[in-house]
Design a protein around this ligand. Structure first.
Ligand code: ZN
Length: 266
């Protein structure tokens, strides 16, 4: 399971809690550093209706629409190149300020601005429209133009290696352990569950289907984990998790819901 740096996650949570979100950020790292997962986490946090301790709730209307790629407040822009036309598109998008109170615009491959486009975009970055936060992503920070860089809060993301059971990434393992300690049911990260056989999943469903509040906490962690998966698989799993959370509200048969979820998640 790969996810973005727990250290940066704490840092971004701190920014969200303090409500001192800047107008422009640049997240950078090499391939594998999960910049998009970090942008989704931070963007969700900025827009979340029920932010808790600097963490997006993942279930409010805003979080759910971002997760399903349908939010008009969270825009991910990833054109083939960043020329003057693409910058005009951004400017059009934000010309009247944020839609609603806040808006997050994620700009991927921000190192690909032509000089002309960068100069045009600088004006927008210098005076960010009201309520708009830009998150620039780049895997080539050396190619990010200095003028653009100087107007962003920079955050460096280390690579988070894929965590295989028994071959742990210490920082990720510590984070998972801290999370698991708070629960009385045996917590397993989403990636580990996806690797279980059908029999093992059934056994695991029996172990955890003992406490509805704790299962809900665990599903919230899995929702977050699903952001770091391959986008297609992540979106499918996200929908199944949201449907399960919603069904659980109206039905008391916890074990049935947990079993159904564990069987259909793949
Ligand atoms: Zn939310």
């Amino acid at each position: 399971m790969s996810t973005f740096s727990p250290r940066n996650r704490r840092l971004l949570s701190g920014v969200l809690s303090s409500e001192r979100v800047s107008g422009a950020y640049a997240f950078y790292g090499v391939a594998g550093s999960q910049l998009q997962a970090a942008a989704a986490f931070f963007g969700m946090g900025i827009l979340c209706e029920f932010l808790q301790d600097g963490e997006p709730c993942l279930t409010c209307h805003s979080c759910a629409t971002i997760g399903s790629g349908q939010s008009i407040h969270y825009r991910m822009l990833s054109p083939e190149k960043w020329g003057i036309d693409q910058v005009r598109d951004i400017q059009e998008l934000v010309q009247y300020g944020a839609v609603g109170d806040r808006m997050v615009v994620v700009i991927s491959q921000a190192d690909r601005f032509t000089t002309e486009a960068a100069n045009a975009f600088l004006k927008t970055l210098e005076e960010p429209p009201f309520g708009v936060t830009f998150i620039l992503l780049t895997y080539q920070v050396m190619s990010l133009l200095p003028t653009i860089k100087s107007r962003c809060q920079l955050l460096d993301f280390p690579v988070m290696p894929v965590s295989v059971p028994g071959q742990d990434n210490p920082e990720l393992a510590r984070y998972e352990a801290e999370f698991g300690q708070g629960l009385s049911i045996p917590y397993r990260p989403l990636a580990e569950v996806l690797g279980l056989s059908l029999d093992e999943r059934m056994k695991y469903a029996q172990e955890i289907a003992t406490s509805k509040p704790e299962v809900l906490v665990m599903l919230t962690a899995w929702l977050r984990d699903s952001l770091a998966l391959d986008p297609v698989l992540g979106a499918q799993i996200w929908q199944k998790l949201i449907a399960t959370v919603s069904d659980m509200k109206y039905n008391v048969n916890l074990r049935l819901h947990v079993e159904k979820l564990l069987i259909c998640m793949s």
